[in-house]
Design a protein around this ligand. Structure first.
Ligand code: UTP
Length: 291
């Protein structure tokens, strides 16, 4: 039985250039889908999967993210005085208790591998989750829960994967698959952003990982790869002989909120899945498509 996963690392140090000017002052992760910032969905998914401690790898000027998960006494008092109990509950439900939320600053965005390395001291020597909030997943069982359950059986590294279109392989880390059993694909290799003609498969890693701390041994070397960045995929691939590596074909649908079209798609999809909105929203979406 693998060691329990208690901590999650959330790399949020990117500039969010694809969403300028919206991200001039507001961090990309604080832009809402329906009524919650994108990053809150990631935290709720992690909590539902049993994660207790959260490590944000952030950049200067993104204080809004930890502030969102802290108590806001003035706001809470005003809501209390006005008898707005439902709203007060929404505000308080988002709080992560002090001591369970940490922020480390990545001074230069040197790559996702470097961002994860920045959390090394706070993670210590135990398996941990990495969540990229840009990827939102609608599923019956939270995507991270699915990974943690798989990890409990096979240990090592377990990453969420899905098949992407052949012409999209150069946007993802791609698995070279050794064997498959049910939803698990055992990898014998990993390639970061391969061109479609050299990609070993179309099985792409999305923004959910359970990692063995051995990855820090490789990240310590600070080797750069594609785009001259310190790539997480490269570090993982160098640990292949030491720990098992599995892709897990999660149940659910992923929305890539890192792109504008994916962000609009996520708003519609989460709106159509929202119990208080779906009945009013559906006819509106249908009418839009008819015109
Ligand atoms: P992206 O490649 O989407 O970069 O990073 P970005 O800066 O957020 O967005 P654009 O491309 O400028 O629009 C994927 C994830 O990895 C994090 C980002 O914050 C995002 O969650 N990341 C990436 C870091 O935290 N540090 C890095 O050095 C690189």
């Amino acid at each position: 039985m693998a060691q329990r996963v208690r901590k999650a690392v959330l790399p949020v140090a990117g500039l969010g250039t694809r969403f300028l000017p919206a991200t001039k002052v507001i961090p990309k992760e604080m832009i809402p889908v329906i009524d919650k910032p994108v990053v809150q969905y990631a935290i709720e998914e992690a909590r539902a999967a049993g994660i207790e401690e959260f490590i944000f790898v952030s950049a200067e000027g993104k204080q809004a993210i930890p502030a969102h998960f802290s108590a806001q006494p003035n706001l809470e008092r005003q809501l209390e005085e006005k008898g707005k109990t439902a709203e007060l509950k929404l505000v308080r439900d988002a709080i992560i208790p002090p001591g369970k939320i940490h922020t480390v600053i990545q001074h230069n965005p040197l790559g996702l591998g470097h961002a994860v390395w920045c959390a090394k001291e706070l993670v210590g020597n135990e398996p941990f989750a990495v969540i990229l909030p840009d990827d939102m997943v609608l599923s019956d069982v939270p995507c991270l829960r699915q990974l943690i359950d798989a990890h409990a059986k096979v240990g090592g590294h377990v990453v969420a994967v899905e098949d992407v279109a052949k012409d999209q392989t150069n946007r993802y880390g791609i698995l070279d698959v050794l064997s498959e059993e049910g939803r698990l694909a055992k990898a014998k290799g990993l390639v970061e952003k391969p061109a479609p003609d050299v990609a070993p498969s179309t099985l792409a890693i999305i923004g959910r990982y359970i990692l063995d701390p051995i990855v820090f041994v490789e990240l310590d070397k600070k080797l750069t790869g594609a785009g001259n960045e310190i790539q997480l995929t490269d570090a993982l691939s160098r640990t292949l002989g030491a720990v098992p590596f599995h892709g897990y074909r999660f149940e659910g649908k992923r929305y890539d909120c890192g792109t504008r079209v994916g962000f609009v798609e996520a708003n519609v999809a989460f709106g159509l899945a929202h119990p208080e909105m779906r009945d009013r929203l559906r006819p509106l979406v249908e009418a839009l498509l008819k015109n």
